[in-house]
Ligand binder design. Sequence first.
Ligand SMILES: Cc1ncc(COP(=O)(O)O)c(C=O)c1O
Length: 404
Amino acid sequence: MTIETTVPIEVASRLQGFDYAIRSIVAEAEAVERSGRTVHYLNIGDPVLFGFRTPPHLVETVARAMRDGHNGYTPASGIMPAREAVAAEYSSLGVPLSPDRVLLTSGTSEGIDLAISVLVDRGDEVLVPLPTYPFYTAVIGKLGARAVYYRTDPERGWEPDLDHLRSMIGPRTRALVVIDPNNPTGAVYGDATRRTLLELADRHNIVLLADEVYTDLVYDGPVPPIASFDPDAPVISFSSASKAYVAPGWRTGWMAVGAGERLDKVLAAVKRLADGRLCTNGPMQHAVAAALAGDRSYQHEFRRQLGERAALTARRLNAIDGVRCVPPAAAFYALPRFELPPGRTDFDFVKGLLRETGILCVHGSGFGMDPSAGYVRIIFLADPDRLGTYYDQIEAFTAAFRSA
Ligand SMILES: Cc1ncc(COP(=O)(O)O)c(C=O)c1O
């Protein structure tokens, strides 16, 4: 065959709106690795990478499911025992729910994609916190819709600025994303904030998309889903086995579509879309009931260790000249602010830190922040000794970067 042309094949223009900084920064790290330096990947929130173990009873449940021949397609919404377990979990936490309003998804991520896909047309708007978990803005961009940021405030523990949020609601607003507990800030919102967010969604008849993947990882103990404050509000909740159940690679999550009739059409549309991808990973679905209804005592120790590492992180970072860090209350993320010299960006800082020390963090602008504001997200899943070494290196690099 003769080659007629070598012109590169173009990709769809809507991909321009799809950016997921947590992974796209890895290209920088790979270049540094090729130069012979070891890279410490503090960019992705995977507890398994840092030695936390998937609970053996969940591994055994999945292995048994495979041995017992559960290797075929499942119903598109997921196997009934898993959906029943999710419904029972929400019901026990104050959100009465039947299994027919639950879908198993490929991680929280697929639930987010499905829900936003059925809600927005081109040009519609979705309210997203600033800073945000970047998959939201990526999906919204891919669909040709518009992410509209509402501020959250580091001076108030990264709680949402509710007046600002109110001022951003308009005729094209279709959904309100609430990430509580939060990635990248580690914030946990107060009950008054949760009630106001529900009230706003209710009054304006917009869907509250509740990202609740970290509710079990609040250091002071689990928090209930936001819908427990008003089970009739239009809420879709997302969670997964990725974080609190230490199995991110299983790509096993669930979404719970609120009980109100207002969401019946949305639920039907999500199910239609889900039919097209047949089902999620079958054997792993068997672990959902074991995860939710089985032994969770390992989560006590997980929360204790995270709390200890969060405190160490805030103490060490706040001791560095020109650095401020709001102490996280949940999960394994901190978003300190580094005072940058004029003209420098958070990306300059992250790239410099990577080249000088091999430590890979994610620039705050990857979460929507102003690049000159100097925010950088750090994952503190490493053991305290190792974290101490990282913070020594960050301290030395910060001093050099600020004086350069
Ligand atoms: C806030 C938030 N939502 C969703 C996800 C995606 O998680 P999953 O593995 O459940 O798709 C993450 C992962 O880091 C996250 O931090």
